[in-house]
Design a protein. Structure first.
Length: 364
């Protein structure tokens, strides 16, 4: 799958494998082979992913790098892969945490064969007590919360200063699956260690804080451990067992626009640029876990050139799909013609799905 090269114009050396290019259909993954360092240039719709030993799931799903940069990894044959997740379910926004769960419920998707792992209890409360603000901080220190047991979601936090002391700690990810409150560690901003001489900033010390857990017997986390196959419609998730009730979640997709159906609208007097604004559910999550509910997918706008029309929406035939974009849900249509925004576009219907993509892999 990868090839080692001795120099410009030379043939692949004995270090190489079959090829340095791999095509992945929507939903397919490729485990980087054992063999040391690799340079990977994921395709537009492909991600280079790392297996998270705490979460026990692959990160980071969503769009690949479109700026032609190359990522370098040292592969052991297990922890790095390429994944084309376009068209697939990659996560879920918990809209109702439910109640009364004494064990982990089973989670099933209505389509696509995605696999899920629910987490019950063990979220970090958003109220953190600063027991000692410390002294001498110039920059707010980095806040580290200890990890949960394997399979849990890591909690994260930041802090603010007042008069050189830590005054507040804000939870960014409440996490899930903790069996005891995580310890809070403050690490000085590296700029405080770099400065020296008469202009050196002060070096803060002494800050400490404690946190507590919340979410007992409720659904605090929901992890997609296998994205399944590519879909054109949003799958629903159902929860069974566990002794509780009422848990609910909305599926987060990694979707691209693969087609569109024009039905009505006016103002299309020239070639038009069609795109879409991501319409991620606005429902507030039951628990704040932005890393596993909001930030799973690197969204980007589609770039589709529609042929010129005679005042009405042009037919989709003849449209040039430069980029289908990456979306978490069916987007709201956005059309510009001759540089002007066309607002009567809500009746354009998008077809969502995935694209086959090509990535490059080189031994380095």
């Amino acid at each position: 799958m990868a090839s080692g090269f001795g120099g410009i114009g030379q043939q692949p050396s004995g270090r190489g494998l079959i090829t340095n290019t791999v095509a992945l259909a929507p939903g397919e993954t490729y485990q980087l082979p054992t063999g040391g360092a690799f340079g990977c240039k994921p395709g537009r719709y492909t991600s280079l992913q790392l297996f998270d030993p705490i979460l026990q799931a692959w990160r980071t799903p969503g769009a690949g790098d479109v700026s032609a940069t190359t990522d370098y990894v040292n592969q052991d044959g297990i922890n790095w892969r390429l994944a084309n997740q376009t068209g697939c379910a990659v996560g879920a926004l918990i809209t109702n945490a439910g109640s009364g769960y004494t064990s982990v419920p089973a989670v099933a998707a209505s389509a696509g064969s995605s696999q899920w792992r629910a987490i019950i209890g063990g979220a970090v409360s958003t109220t953190v007590t600063v027991s000692n603000g410390g002294t001498g901080y110039t920059y707010a220190p980095i806040v580290l919360l200890s990890a949960p047991p394997q399979g849990g979601i890591q909690a994260t936090a930041t802090c603010t200063l007042s008069g050189g002391a830590v005054s507040t700690v804000t939870i960014i990810d409440q996490g899930a699956g903790y069996t005891s409150p995580p310890t809070v560690t403050f690490i000085n901003d590296y700029r405080e260690t770099l400065n020296a001489g008469p202009t050196a900033v002060t070096y803060g010390t002494g800050a400490s804080a404690v946190c507590s857990l919340t979410g007992s017997q409720t659904l605090t986390g929901l992890i997609c451990i296998d994205h399944g196959t590519s879909l054109t419609a949003l799958p629903t998730l159902s929860f069974t067992g566990g002794g509780g009730s009422s848990a609910a979640a909305t599926t987060i997709m990694c979707w691209s626009i693969t087609g569109f159906t024009p039905t009505s609208g006016t103002g299309f007097t020239g070639p038009s640029l069609l795109s879409g604004l991501d319409a991620f559910p606005t429902t507030s999550p039951a628990y704040t876990n932005v890393t596993t509910q909001r930030n799973l997918v690197k969204t980007r706008l589609a770039n589709i050139l529609m042929p010129a029309g005679s005042g009405s929406i042009p037919a989709s035939s003849g449209a040039v799909f430069y980029d289908g974009g990456i979306y978490t849900s069916v987007p709201t249509p956005l059309v510009t013609t001759n540089g002007a925004l066309i607002t009567a576009t809500t009746t354009i219907t998008f077809t969502m799905g995935g694209y086959t993509d090509v990535s490059e892999i080189l031994v380095v």
